[in-house]
Ligand binder design. Structure first.
Ligand SMILES: Cc1cc2nc3c(=O)[nH]c(=O)nc-3n(C[C@H](O)[C@H](O)[C@H](O)COP(=O)(O)OP(=O)(O)OC[C@H]3O[C@@H](n4cnc5c(N)ncnc54)[C@H](O)[C@@H]3O)c2cc1C
Length: 387
């Protein structure tokens, strides 16, 4: 991907690369089996400054832009287990960045500083059993009681849900619809907060995913992020970073699968010659590579607009849609060349394949991306076009 290549970026990439090779890649199989990455890894990565890249320097962050996050994601992805970067990014980018952006100095001191250091782990709790794509339909309620909010409800599919120290939680503080939603930070040692089971997923095994419950869970009113009933907008603004992260993850995953397929296609022989001696395979993999380059270009353009502070909702949605759908297509092609081996747990391609399946769902599904693109480009009837 055409990321900026200043000397500083390159130094950052090189030090991260050797860290991943040394501290992460050798442990990936153990963490996949455990269903989570260890708390010590957050502390190690945070101690090196990697978790706070985009966070406020006054609260232990690096004050850097999204290009550094993109390099962080690309290098983490080289470990070959999507769950590792997903868990770290759900913590740093999804759960913490919004507190950094809109929270009070009190909240930043309590949650952004330890999150940047990796001593507290965060999760973002939006999705519920009855509300996923339709964020405005959430039902978890926070009732104001003096200087506190009392929260009742539950959240589902929450990354880091069973290991988090705090959950940045979407709650209903007002009436129906998007105008009645707020974001409140809930420390997970608060009475009334409980964790359900760790969910068994078909992919991203190293990322913990869980369900969480709030039963008369009382937190200080000061834990609200921004203003009451203004949470929907914060969630939507946060989606920009989340979707860019997913776009970079998808591109990196496609590249890994393409490289694996190229290697295997040269090594594996059938009918007395390498698989890649068959034009059908060189052409298929040429298509994967071409779509990958297009996805990388779309992603780089969306990041560039975001970093320059220009409107980029349509471009981010296009990048996320194209990159994640592309990964799904690439997974099928790249697994196919492995034949039966692609079905074996011991085969790296099997993990790459199954880890690719959730990209078109998380951080806004492909259908939601198309809805945004349709609205912003004047396709949707009655939509608020920007063109
Ligand atoms: C691995 C993983 C990790 C996750 N981590 C988190 C997390 O940390 N925090 C969090 O809050 N959530 C998390 N999620 C949840 C994720 O954000 C939701 O799954 C996603 O928003 C979709 O919601 P849903 O699954 O309820 O699908 P639904 O909203 O029920 O949709 C089901 C299908 O219908 C389609 N659909 C819905 N509405 C329309 C429409 N109007 N037109 C056309 N098609 C439509 C959708 O695109 C989808 O394909 C995670 C999910 C996964 C898989």
């Amino acid at each position: 991907m055409s990321l900026p290549r200043s000397e500083e970026h390159e130094l950052f990439r090189q030090s991260l690369r050797s860290f991943v090779e040394r501290e992460i890649t050798p442990n990936v199989l153990a963490w996949e089996a455990a269903g989570q990455i260890p708390r010590e890894l957050f502390e190690k990565v945070g101690g090196l400054g990697y978790l706070g890249l985009r966070l406020d320097q006054d609260y232990g962050g690096g004050g850097l832009d999204f290009w550094y996050t993109a390099i962080f994601v690309q290098e983490m992805m080289r470990c070959g287990s999507v769950g590792v970067p997903v868990s770290m990014l759900a913590h740093a980018e999804f759960a913490t960045k919004v507190i950094d952006r809109a929270g009070s100095s009190h909240l930043k001191e309590r949650f952004v500083r330890p999150a940047a250091a990796g001593t507290k782990i965060g999760a973002l709790g939006v999705t519920e059993p009855g509300a996923g794509s339709d964020v405005a339909a959430i039902r978890t309620r926070a009732r104001r009681a003096g200087d506190d909010y009392v929260i009742n409800g539950s959240k589902l599919f929450i990354t880091n849900g069973t290991i988090a120290d705090f959950v940045t939680t979407a709650v209903r503080t007002g009436g129906e619809g998007y105008g009645g939603i707020s974001l409140i930070v809930v420390p997970t040692d608060t009475p009334g907060f409980s964790r359900g089971r760790r969910l068994k997923k078909i992919g991203t095994h190293a990322a913990d995913t869980g369900e969480i419950f709030f039963d008369d869970c009382r937190v200080p009113a000061a834990n609200i992020v921004g203003k009451e009933n203004a949470g929907f907008r914060l969630i939507m603004e946060g989606f920009v970073g989340e979707r860019l992260v997913l776009s970079v993850i998808a591109c990196a995953q496609t590249r890994l699968m393409w490289e694996e397929a190229r290697r295997y296609g040269h090594e594996r022989h059938a009918f007395g010659r390498p698989l890649l001696a068959n034009q059908v395979w060189t052409h298929r993999l040429a298509d994967v590579r071409t779509k990958l380059e297009a996805a990388e270009a779309l992603t780089a353009r969306a990041i560039d607009l975001h970093v320059r502070g220009e409107p980029c909702d349509a471009e981010v949605s296009m990048a996320k849609l194209f990159a994640c759908e592309g990964t799904l297509d690439a997974a099928r092609t790249c697994a196919q060349i492995f034949g039966a081996m692609s079905h074996m747990e011991e085969c790296r391609m099997a993990r790459l394949y199954r880890d690719s399946l959730a990209f078109t769902i998380g951080a806004g599904s492909s259908e939601m991306m198309r809805e945004i693109i349709a609205r912003l480009t004047g396709l949707a009837v009655g939509g608020k076009s920007r063109e």
